[in-house]
Design a protein around this ligand. Structure first.
Ligand SMILES: Cc1cc2nc3c(=O)[nH]c(=O)nc-3n(C[C@H](O)[C@H](O)[C@H](O)COP(=O)(O)OP(=O)(O)OC[C@H]3O[C@@H](n4cnc5c(N)ncnc54)[C@H](O)[C@@H]3O)c2cc1C
Length: 501
């Protein structure tokens, strides 16, 4: 919980303003949510509350060298706003795109920056949430009320990344930095750098600094799958040559990419060995026959169990081939004054150690929730399609996809929330919550996600904090865009799972 959070024991404040909807977070999901409200529920009063000083969320927080998307922007972009740049985009390009969405749709007037929500209380008597927080610039408390909370706060804590505790860290004489809080004054020119980790972040930082450092080592405990490919989309380029309208190009290229991804995902389950060989073949093509691919780039898990990082133009591998970057697959015994002592007995010298070791899972924005005076424990709720939670009124959460672009789901949830708000209006209902139906009562309750299928560290570390899932599709976040794109729009809002009053 943030240091300056309002303690639960403090006296409740009085709301000074009321909004039909409050959106938490001005990242890609929150800005998308505002667009959908404008389009589908005109006349709805809303505000977006954002802790940081500007919009962008992930793309504002992360400032490490090379910061870029690892999925293509045709699908990571919104369905309603054509993407016209290269498929893999820098954080700055993504923010420019978001700025255009904000300007073109007059969303800026609704955003309140430097407003961190610490506490939200539901009152059944008033059928509303009271939201309290602190203005991070002045330290002043604020208090607003709303009929509906649209949670677009992402899934990890923005204030700091996750760094494991290794023995001897205090002995290290150089600098230890986490990519999520990359210091402005850090200059790695001519330095020896060790990057711990092998996910998308490590694979981005390593090539981004390779040219200026003396040497950069990517230290991994175990290898990851990578897809090296040209940062271009041939179909989009062809359609542009034919002067096809950008709106059409966006839609056609999205469909092509989503089709190809569906085929790839299916094959990863049905013929994992073949897919593995293809992925390794891509790496081999860059590193040549003499490189020890078996040791450094052959994961023990089957493809798609963790997100597969895209390496645009093979830049990571080009750095390795040029001798400026190298990969060490080993385990850390301890930190030393000069660097890192490995379990193999080898010592890696470093001036700077970058811990690309992931995130702290953040359940619903580190906000303390209360329902009619009782603290809410999300782990005791059951999720309705990863969007709503049993016993939690008037709230939806945008939790995107891991195997497909996050924003595909932000758009689907956007349509769902707008449909739900209109339905409530038609029914003159002030409250909606989901509840298990009689036929669901004996349903086994399982952890939020099946870790056999997807198991990144931040999720497995925080699984006990997340809502439960059932064994029916309605009560799961299935991570399956290809079925949800039809299922979510078809949800019957008068199903017994929705309780109104
Ligand atoms: C480095 C990195 C690269 C990624 N690349 C991709 C990619 O290529 N493709 C992909 O699909 N996914 C990617 N992801 C996942 C990514 O986080 C999501 O795709 C997406 O950006 C999440 O958007 P969001 O708006 O839901 O949440 P976020 O981007 O996390 O934004 C949430 C916002 O909510 C604010 N907030 C949180 N709590 C509060 C509170 N209590 N009060 C007020 N404001 C609050 C935060 O300050 C933040 O600005 C990446 C993640 C990281 C970290």
């Amino acid at each position: 919980m943030p240091d300056t959070a309002v303690a639960l024991t403090s006296a409740p404040l009085q709301a000074t303003e009321h909004f039909d909807v409050l959106i938490v977070g001005a990242g890609i999901s929150g800005i998308g949510g505002a667009y959908h409200l404008n389009q589908q529920c005109p006349g709805t009063s809303y505000a977006i509350l954002e802790t940081q000083e500007s919009f962008g969320g992930t793309w504002l927080t992360h400032k490490y060298p090379g910061i870029r998307s690892d999925s293509d922007l045709y699908t990571f972009g919104y369905r309603f706003k054509p993407w016209t740049g290269k498929p893999i985009a820098t954080a700055e390009e993504i923010r420019t795109y978001m700025q255009e969405v904000i300007d073109e749709n007059d969303i800026g007037q609704h955003i309140r920056y430097r407003h961190r929500i610490d506490r939200a209380r539901w009152s059944a008597r008033d059928s509303r949430w009271t939201v309290e927080g602190v203005r991070t610039d002045t330290g002043e408390p604020f208090c607003l009320s709303t009929g509906f909370l649209w949670m677009c706060q992402g899934y990890y804590r923005h204030s700091e990344g996750y760094t494991p505790e290794w023995p001897g860290m205090a002995d290290f004489k150089g600098r230890i930095v986490h990519p999520q809080t990359w210091p402005k004054d850090l200059d790695v020119t001519g330095k020896k750098v060790v990057v711990i980790g092998s996910g998308a972040t490590a694979a981005t930082v390593v090539p981004a600094i390779a040219e200026k450092v003396e040497h950069v080592t990517m230290l991994q405990r175990s290898p990851t799958y990578f897809i090296p490919a040209r940062n271009a989309n041939d179909l989009a380029d062809q359609l542009r040559t034919l002067e096809v309208d950008e709106t059409w190009i966006h839609e056609i290229v999205r469909r092509r990419i989503l089709h190809d991804q569906a085929v790839f995902t299916k094959r990863s389950f049905e013929e994992p060995e073949k897919v593995r060989e293809e992925l390794l073949g891509g790496v081999k093509a860059y590193l040549g026959p003499d490189y020890d691919i078996a040791k450094h780039f052959t994961p023990s898990y089957r493809p798609w169990r963790q997100r597969i990082a895209f390496v645009p133009d093979g830049d990571l591998f080009r750095g390795i081939r040029a001798g400026k970057a190298s990969v060490v697959t080993d385990e850390i015994e301890r930190f030393t004054a000069k660097g890192i002592l490995l379990k193999s007995g080898k010592e890696l010298e470093a001036d700077v150690i970058v811990t690309a070791t992931g995130f702290h899972l953040n359940v619903l924005g580190d906000i303390q929730f209360e329902i009619d005076g009782k603290p809410l424990d999300f782990s005791q709720t059951v999720t309705y399609r990863g969007m709503m939670f049993t016993g939690v009124p008037n709230m939806a959460w945008v939790f995107g996809y891991f195997r497909a672009s996050w924003t595909l789901r932000a758009d689907l949830v956007g349509d769902f929330v707008c449909r739900l708000l209109k339905h409530m209006k038609d029914k003159q209902a002030r409250k909606v919550e989901v509840a298990l139906r009689p036929e669901d009562k004996d349903m086994p309750l399982l952890p939020w996600i099946d870790t056999e299928n997807f198991n990144p560290g931040y999720l497995t570390r925080g699984l006990h904090l997340l809502p439960k899932r059932g064994d029916k599709r309605e009560w799961q976040h299935t991570q399956d865009y290809w079925r949800e794109k039809n299922e979510i729009p078809a949800i019957d809002l008068d199903d017994k799972a929705f309780v109104y009053n």
